[in-house]
Design a protein around this ligand. Structure first.
Ligand code: ADP
Length: 321
């Protein structure tokens, strides 16, 4: 019966996503900061920090086109470039946002495909596309009625989608009574972790190696103290200070804005519906799974949750009788 209820809940949420569009997710009024690709990369750090944002769509004004999304990953690529080609530090200062693709190529990183969706397409489509490309955010691109030119309406993130589900589907999320352990949600083996004394550079290398956006910080008993996130890199290199990355992870945390929310934890016994409660109430980017003694057990990313909600049981969803 638990199984049946869970499946009904999942189906109801998927049906909901099929009849809603990306437009529906957007708040009534919002601001959107778009960066011109002619800007110096160094200068963009301050723009992000001053506006309390961690990413922005890019606009190629020469060609009048949308040019992808700037995220923390781009800065991490620049850092890697610096460490691979230390002689080119002077050149680094001159790089513009339009050079990001060349930097990606030079360090051999596989670019995240820039997909966009039309805002009036079903939200379900945006979600599927997000999961397929590993993009954590998707730009909503529309055409201007008069000029026919592309316009970026907004950007939707995994968090926004999950929050939209949580807020509008409380009667369906309560049906998701299986525990994190029962549905095997998240990652529990070969977890990448750091200590407070490790350097920011250590953490960055781990994130690049494993293609992840967050590293739990633990003490010598594996107790969770905090987490280092890809976006934490931004204040560390403010002003183009790429040399200062041998500071410790502990020091880097002090550079966070005062209002940063910290980490959210859960246990393997928690049910999926309680995870949705957390998403409904707080700006969660991931959940760190701990045991009774605060020791690290696993990590549940928003993509893990989105994947489960959208894809679980899809392959064998045909009736068996
Ligand atoms: P997202 O794609 O939501 O930003 P991540 O990039 O952090 O999330 O996670 C991608 C995948 O890697 C997820 O399946 C997640 O469970 C796993 N993962 C996240 N952080 C770690 C970590 N520190 N060690 C091992 N696996 C991780």
């Amino acid at each position: 019966p638990l199984d049946k209820e869970q499946c009904q809940g999942l189906k109801a949420i998927r049906d909901f996503l099929k009849v809603r569009t990306s437009y529906d997710v957007l708040p009534l009024s919002f601001r959107l900061i778009v960066l011109d690709t002619d800007l110096l990369i160094k200068k963009t750090l301050n723009i992000l920090i001053q506006n309390s944002i961690v990413s922005a769509p890019l606009w190629d004004s020469q060609r009048g086109r949308f040019a992808g999304i700037l995220t923390a990953t781009d800065y991490i690529n620049v850092i890697q470039y610096y460490y691979q080609f230390p002689d080119e530090i002077s050149k680094l200062d001159q790089f513009r946002l339009s050079s990001l693709r060349d930097i990606e190529k030079a360090i051999g990183s596989i670019p995240i495909e820039t997909v966009s969706v039309h805002p009036s397409r079903p939200l379900y489509e945006a979600c599927r596309r997000m999961l397929k490309t590993r993009a954590r955010r998707i730009p909503l691109v529309d055409a201007d009625e008069e000029t026919g030119r592309e316009t970026v309406v907004s950007v939707i993130t995994q968090y926004r989608i999950l929050k939209f589900i949580a807020v509008n589907n409380e009667h369906h999320t309560v049906m998701l009574k299986k525990t994190v352990r029962e549905i095997g949600l998240g990652t529990y083996s070969r977890l990448a972790t750091v200590h407070m004394e490790n350097t920011v550079l250590d953490a960055i290398h781990m994130m690049v190696d494993k293609n992840i956006s967050c590293i739990p910080i633990v003490d010598s008993d594996n107790r969770v103290l905090n987490a280092f996130e890809a976006v934490d890199v931004i204040p560390c290199i403010r002003g183009g200070a790429y040399e200062e990355l041998d500071g410790t992870v502990g020091e880097a945390l002090c550079k966070r804005p005062d209002d940063s929310p910290g980490i959210y934890t859960c246990s393997e016994e928690d049910r999926l519906d309680s995870l949705f409660d957390t998403i409904r109430k707080s700006r969660v980017h991931r959940l760190i799974v701990i045991d009774d003694e605060n020791k690290l057990k696993g990590i549940i990313s928003l993509s893990d949750i989105l994947k489960y909600v959208l894809l679980h049981g899809e392959e064998d969803s045909q009736p068996r009788h």
